[in-house]
Ligand binder design. Structure first.
Ligand code: SF4
Ligand code: SF4
Length: 450
């Protein structure tokens, strides 16, 4: 029987690209690489306009120990500009634009790890992962070196997130099918780094081809096993995965490591292996391009910094005018306003939808007290109350009702018969609560200084 969690929803899958092999996007004529495409402090440019760079060369870094990641060139060529640009999040960040010389020159320092895995220390693994600029590639973009470091000595389980529960996205599906050895070797590196003896690769039961392939490859392993999880949204949320596979509940405000688990995305594991085997940092990723406006939906291997427009063109262009462009999945992704937006390390999908898709917001949305949002909430919250408190600006009550425990999965809004924009209201509440907490912390610090 497949493992699962309570709550959640069954959404139509639309995994149209699950049989589309990963195709390498032809190198773009230029890339625009953000120095702030990870959680933490932005990197600072360590190249100058006019410099010649090679693939894998570090173009941005920040002091060691500070939360963040180095950033690397994804094509070889000349640094054309270093300017601030608006990112997919809406915030502005410095971007390094590189004009491709199409020579594909690999940077001289890109070379495989010389030591065998058995001889490598935890510190060396953390250092390689940091220097490779690897982040959570499922969308979180949390620096992987920091996640490994914070889990050392605290965890007894590694969970690989291969659930891919968002509709449309099949990037991880294809990775697990076409590059399973990279994934498994990445898991072995993580087992060694954390001194752990158990790793579960979680795959939803709608991917029998992946399950068969991975089970065959780990059949002889006493440490790595495949765990089949139920196809249900948001099965890929860290908290739901940890509960489904171990029965451990993560208390509000705590992390998986606080209950002995650490979760890594499937593509992140493959990137770790690549950093060891080839010495190549995180300079490309797999992106699903789909939606009812895309002529030929595909899974593409894309250099980081490529504009979304190039992906769309490679997929044969558009069949109709899109009303929405989404970076990520339709449930948790963010709407974009410009196809010049560059792909980052956390862009798992680019989706273009016409008005035929999705629900129109009701002009007179109102709660009919059906309780469906409560039944669907995987965090066992009462979403309609939090939304109502947020709507009237009572953020204190919203906080009391657990707004900060909301993982913003959207299960509550998905089939609310009243058309209430529940998750949007909760997001507003969370932002207000965070601002208030930061203000209170700053005030407290000031008082201590006096
Ligand atoms: S699902 Fe919508 S209508 Fe039903 S209780 Fe929740 S907010 Fe109200
Ligand atoms: S309240 Fe938050 S966690 Fe619960 S269903 Fe809604 S978005 Fe998901």
């Amino acid at each position: 029987m497949a493992y699962t969690f309570s709550g959640g929803i069954h959404v139509e899958e639309f995994k149209n690209t699950k049989k589309c092999r990963i195709e390498a996007l032809p190198p773009p004529s230029s890339v625009s690489i953000s120095l702030a495409q990870h959680i933490g402090a932005p990197a600072e440019a360590c190249v100058s306009v006019g410099d010649t760079v090679g693939i894998g060369q570090k173009i941005g870094d920040l002091p060691e120990g500070m939360l963040g990641c180095p950033v690397h060139a994804s094509v070889s060529g000349r640094v054309k500009s270093i300017t601030k640009k608006v990112q997919s999040s809406g915030a502005a960040a410095e971007c390094v634009e590189i004009e491709n010389d199409f020579l594909d020159t690999v940077w001289q320092d890109v070379r495989p790890m010389e030591k065998k895995l058995a001889d490598v220390t935890t510190d060396e693994i953390v250092s390689v992962v940091r220097e490779a600029g690897i982040v959570g590639m499922g969308g979180a973009a949390f620096p992987t070196w920091a996640k490994i470091k914070s889990a050392i000595g605290k965890v007894d389980r590694i969970i690989v997130n291969g659930a891919e529960c968002e509709p449309f996205i099949t990037a991880n599906h294809r990775l697990m099918l076409e590059r399973p050895a990279s994934l498994i070797n990445g898991v072995k590196i993580l087992l060694k780094a954390l001194g752990v003896r158990t790793a579960y690769i979680a795959v939803e039961d709608n991917k029998p081809d992946v399950i068969e392939k991975l089970e065959e490859l780990v059949a002889q392993s006493s440490m790595i096993s495949v765990r089949v999880v139920k196809t249900k949204y948001p099965q890929g949320d860290e908290r739901q995965l940890v509960y489904a596979l171990t029965g451990r509940e993560i208390p509000a405000g705590k992390l998986p490591a606080d209950v002995g688990c650490v979760v890594f995305n499937a593509e992140t594991c493959a990137a770790i292996y690549r950093a060891f085997a080839d010495g190549m940092p995180c300079v490309s990723r797999i992106v699903t391009v789909d939606g009812d406006c895309v002529r030929h939906p595909k899974n593409l291997l894309v250099p980081i910094g490529t504009s979304v427009r190039e992906l769309i063109e490679f997929c044969g262009g558009l069949t109709r005018e899109p009303s929405r462009l989404i970076n990520g999945g339709p449930m948790m992704g963010t709407a974009q306003w410009d196809t010049e937006m560059p792909v980052t390390k956390s862009t798992s999908a680019v989706l273009l939808f016409s008005d035929r898709f999705g629900r129109k917001n009701a002009a007179s949305a109102s709660c009919i007290r059906c309780g469906r949002c409560i039944a669907n909430c995987p965090m066992r919250l009462m979403p309609m109350y939090i939304a109502q408190f947020s709507k009237i600006g009572d953020m204190k009550r919203a906080e009391e009702y657990g707004a900060m425990s909301c993982v913003e999965c959207g299960s509550c809004s998905y089939n609310c018969p009243g058309g209430v924009e529940i998750v949007q209201y909760i997001r507003v509440a969370k932002a207000a609560i965070k601002t208030e907490r930061a203000r209170a912390a700053a005030d407290a610090a000031k008082r201590e200084d006096r």
